[in-house]
Design a protein around this ligand. Sequence first.
Ligand code: NAD
Length: 486
Amino acid sequence: MTDIQALLAKVPTGLLIDGEWVAATSGETYTVENPATRETIAELQSAGSEDAMRALDAACAAQKSWAATPARERSEILRRAFELVQERKEEFATLMTLEMGKPLAEARGEVAYGGEFLRWFAEEAVRIGGRFGTSPETGFPMITRRKPVGPCLLITPWNFPLAMATRKVAPAVAAGCTMVLKSARLTPLTAQYFAQTMLDAGLPAGVLNVVSGTSASAISNPLMADPRLRKVSFTGSTPVGQKLLEAAAGQVLRTSMELGGNAPFIVFEDADIDKAVKGAMGAKMRNIGEACTAANRFLVHSSVAAEFAEKFAAAIGELKLGNGLDDGVTCGPLVEEAAVENVSALVDDAVSRGARVLVGGRRGPDTGHFYEPTVLVDVPREARVFKEEIFGPVAPIFTFETEEEALELANDTEFGLASYVFTEEPARMYRVSDGLEFGLMGFNSGVISNAAAPFGGVKHSGMGREGGFEGIEEYTSLQYIGVEQP
Ligand code: NAD
């Protein structure tokens, strides 16, 4: 059992600027709450615009020498960071459960997943290649090479406090970029401890700077207006992503946007229903439903809908709601009260339009921000849950009659991140993947995130890919050299 007070005492509370943990210029602070108990667990320095600019100054000063650092050295730093994260696994997991609420077993899962980005990009750092060709007209050599984009602003959300940071920091380090990281106000502790871990792994001063605080725009606005910043990588909601895209136009910044989702989970009549229920538990309940990849709409063929709903509701009914640090708890609190209110309003709306609650459907104990895991059936398409990201443990089930109708329902959203398809017919899997307008598709699988896979969406779910071979390209720019014939 981790000693929580000793752990919290290890987490830096300042801003990381040029390798030092420092106080905010204003001296302002903000507090972090445990959503399972509503207790304040930490007080951190709150960065303002001036601090953000100090962080950018440090990133810019370090950029040239960092870009010139051999790829092997950058790779070794990432590899050491991977090992340190494994050594500190229990500490990272406990911090995430404390500040975000997910059950400890899931937090350990995030350490494994998030840590993999460090290992994957340690391996990719030494494989940033170029191309050599010859001009078809003259036979002159043509060379392309990849160079670091330059100083980056990385903005992360609260739902995966470690993995969303490693998924950006690791490829930026691998590519030779320097960074200003702005973590989420609700869950900054994991990012603070991760940044310290990067320093412990040997990352030079100024390469990674961390500024978090109460006003996100006070930090991001001046940085994005500064011509020295060259890229913004953002994970969060679509409305904020849209604002950042507008701001990015000013300096024509490179952008990577990982935004909201509204994932369909399609169960065809030939699916193995037990497999589908197992997949549904992962796709819906991982992270208490607070995931951009979370199944938002269960689209089930009418001939198997009753069996699926009954088995799914039985599995959901067995979840134990509570403080994620307690033994046996399999569903934690939502991150804050506003999230409980939002989920509650979405369920009330569906019920007022005729949906039936099979299990759950109400708030949990008010000792924390709890909402009971819920399954809704007979949900009409007009219900808000069809269009809006639920971001909580609520599973609405809709029915369809034909494959064509399933695809039409699935694609009827402005989002295009994750989708899930359950069928025992591989030919149908390929056919349906053709028709689905989503960047990710799980075939008979409810959990598909992996550091080696290119993660990202289409439409309002964003642009760019994180992870995989593609993830590092987001942090490089291509230079072409046309060589004169001697
Ligand atoms: P959010 O958009 O409110 O916040 C995300 C981050 O942006 C936070 O660090 C926040 O402080 C910052 N931010 C907020 N306003 C800003 C502004 N005006 N300028 C600059 N930064 C600003 O989202 P959230 O509530 O933290 O996260 C949930 C959302 O993130 C969901 O929509 C979810 O789908 C999405 N998400 C997407 C992915 C993905 O990979 N596509 C992964 C996780 C979460």
